[in-house]
Design a protein around this ligand. Structure first.
Ligand code: NAD
Ligand code: ISE
Length: 334
């Protein structure tokens, strides 16, 4: 069976997903795309033999679209996901599922009313091999009882449209999901402190920031987020347990040894670092759809991450420790 996919949003990651689904993922074909930037959508469509639709809702309802990928800006996600649920079509929505907990909850309510999972959220780190090694060492007892973790999330640079809040809602939201998944715990409280700002943050961003998360069982995790580090993309993690530690350095693939020095390459951006993770994510999604199953990160994961990210924004703004309160987890997501 070939899954016919429609893609909403053909910017950076949307265009990548279109090409990935068309050329690297088996069992899938992109039949339709939409972007408000019509020329961009047409170029991407032509490249893979798809049709550029005049509107996203027409794409969702199209007969030759079995499933949808959403890669539009975050504030549009909830409405577009709800339309997919309404049409009974599986949807892989890029993070965030929604920019507010309230909107994410509407998605949960719609899916629960339907009685089956249609939504997967694009938390691709769960598909990354290095993160999976960390998870395995935590689950099989290799490091004893996991107690705390240190994480780093650095981007070389961000566009002018990026705000200080987005350090939480757009970047740290990946760590929020990773922490919940690795520890299999919810986050119950967060504190955020902005450091002395980098002069290269152009005076408009509170960058870097340090975030502290407390989990249900008392474990703590700190995250450094720095979205203007300039030298490259650097994502790291170390989980410390009662009998050892497991870490994931920024994986580098090349080393140049010359004149008494060793130089290693640093990925330029998320596209390079998580290339294989996006592929695994898409392949597992498509394989699941062929069997009628959606099993990746759920609406619940998207909801919990949205709530925590917004509490982190609140914590920085108010200079306080913010508690996280979630609704009861519906059975559909147990
Ligand atoms: P982008 O700005 O490059 O692309 C967004 C596209 O959406 C643009 O082409 C824009 O024209 C289009 N758009 C605007 N309004 C639209 C509408 N009403 N309907 C459809 N399309 C519309 O942004 P991006 O970097 O590709 O990010 C897109 C989404 O993907 C964001 O939610 C972002 O957080 C997420 N993302 C995830 C990862 C990841 O690692 N998982 C990486 C990058 C981006
Ligand atoms: C971007 O939207 C992503 O999702 C990347 O994975 C992340 O590293 C980056 O900080 C975000 O802006």
């Amino acid at each position: 069976m070939t899954v016919r996919v429609g893609v909403i949003g053909t910017g950076n990651i949307g265009a990548d997903h279109v090409r990935r689904l068309s050329r690297q993922v088996s069992g899938a074909r992109v039949t339709a795309v939409f972007d408000v930037a019509a020329q961009r959508a047409q170029d991407v469509a032509r490249d893979v033999g798809a049709v550029a639709h005049p509107g996203w809702s027409g794409l969702v309802d199209a007969e030759d679209v079995d499933a949808v990928v959403i890669a539009s800006p975050g504030p549009l996600h909830a409405e577009q996901v709800l339309a997919c649920i309404d049409a009974g079509k599986p949807v892989l929505c890029e993070k965030p599922l929604a920019t507010t907990g309230e909107d994410a909850l509407k998605v949960i309510e719609a899916e629960v009313a339907l009685g089956r999972r249609l939504v997967q959220v694009g938390f691709m780190r769960r598909y990354d091999r290095a993160y999976r090694v960390v998870k395995a060492a935590m689950d099989d007892g290799s490091i004893g009882e996991p107690l705390l973790a240190h994480m780093v999330h650095r981007n070389a640079s961000v566009p002018d449209t990026f705000t200080s809040d987005m350090s939480m809602t757009d970047s740290v939201i990946h760590e929020i999901d990773t922490i919940r998944w690795l520890f299999d715990q919810e986050i119950v409280a967060t504190t955020v402190v902005a450091s002395k700002p980098s002069p290269l943050a152009a005076g408009r961003l509170r960058d870097p920031q340090l975030v502290l998360f407390k989990l249900t069982d008392g474990a703590v995790v700190n995250v450094e987020v720095f979205v203007n580090c300039r030298y490259g993309y650097d994502v790291r993690c170390e989980v410390v347990g009662s009998e050892g530690s497991v870490s994931m350095d920024n994986p580098s693939t090349n080393a140049l040894l010359r004149a008494g020095r060793r130089a290693e390459s640093v990925p330029a951006d998320w596209r390079v670092r998580f290339d294989l993770a996006y592929l695994e994510e898409m392949q597992e999604w498509v394989d699941g759809l062929a069997k009628g199953v959606v099993s990746g990160p759920s609406s619940w994961d998207g909801y919990a991450a949205a709530v925590v990210a917004n509490r982190a924004v609140h914590a920085l703004a108010e200079g306080t420790r913010s508690l996280v309160e979630l609704v009861d987890r519906p059975v559909l997501y147990s």
